[in-house]
Design a binder for this molecule. Structure first.
Ligand code: URA
Length: 225
């Protein structure tokens, strides 16, 4: 059934209706290969609609975004005080996007943003032990004994952490891979050996590795693969 283009664009999460009208007026929307004008109608099931040359996502499409989270931004969908990671995403505002898990406000790096609840549930499930690798700086050098303790497990909330992997990058810099996601886990693991984290960045999450050329605060859509 034919509908106004701005209605289709907002239903597909591209922009609010008003913004969609602006996109049409700016000549950025086409359907079936011709530039749309305000008032045009299209059939979302059969017409090919593009915005800036990109085809609209299907209705109910799942969207997967890799964000390089900066410090000072909270891993939430709404917040009264701080900018949220969702505020940083300028596309698909109406798709109920949310972050998969959390990074602390002062942690940077890889955060997956999606509207796919099942995937999020799987990635966060404690049973799945998805690997997470963090680059961190400490206030003091970790001794080889500290590193051994971190790898073998330290007590957090009366529970031993799962075996982890820590690698020295330079005197105060390390790469730590953990397989669970307890509250402030990395910071508390380092505190458990009497040192503290002065900088923390997640560099990988499961099979996803943070792009080296993705600036802080920027994001990209994940490919099908
Ligand atoms: N561990 C932490 O302590 N903080 C994070 O943000 C992520 C892991």
């Amino acid at each position: 059934m034919a509908e106004r283009l701005q209605k289709i664009l907002s239903a597909r999460g591209v922009a609010s209706r008003r913004k969609a009208e602006e996109l049409i007026l700016a000549g950025r929307v086409s359907f079936n290969g011709r530039v749309a004008t305000l008032g045009d109608t299209a059939d979302p099931d059969t017409d090919v609609i593009t915005v800036d040359g990109k085809t609209l996502p299907a209705a109910n499409a799942n969207v997967y975004i890799m964000l390089n989270k900066p410090q000072g931004v909270v891993s939430a969908t709404t917040d009264n005080i701080h900018t949220t990671v969702i505020d940083l995403i300028n596309d698909f505002k109406y798709l109920d996007l949310f972050p998969v898990g959390r990074l602390d406000i002062d942690t940077e790096g890889l955060l997956l943003i999606t509207n796919d609840g099942a995937l999020s549930h799987n990635l966060l499930s404690p049973k799945k032990h998805v690997d997470k690798t963090y680059f961190l700086k400490t206030n003091n050098s970790l001794t080889s004994d500290d590193m051994k303790r971190i790898e073998e497990g330290v007590y957090l909330d009366n529970e031993l952490t799962l075996p982890a992997k820590i690698e020295k990058v330079s005197e105060y810099e390390y790469l730590l891979t953990i397989h669970e996601g307890k509250f402030h886990q990395v910071k508390r693991m380092i505190e458990a050996v009497g040192k503290s984290v002065t900088y923390l960045k997640r560099v990988s999450f499961g099979p996803l590795v943070l792009d080296n050329n993705l600036p802080l605060g920027k994001y990209r859509f994940l490919t099908e693969e």
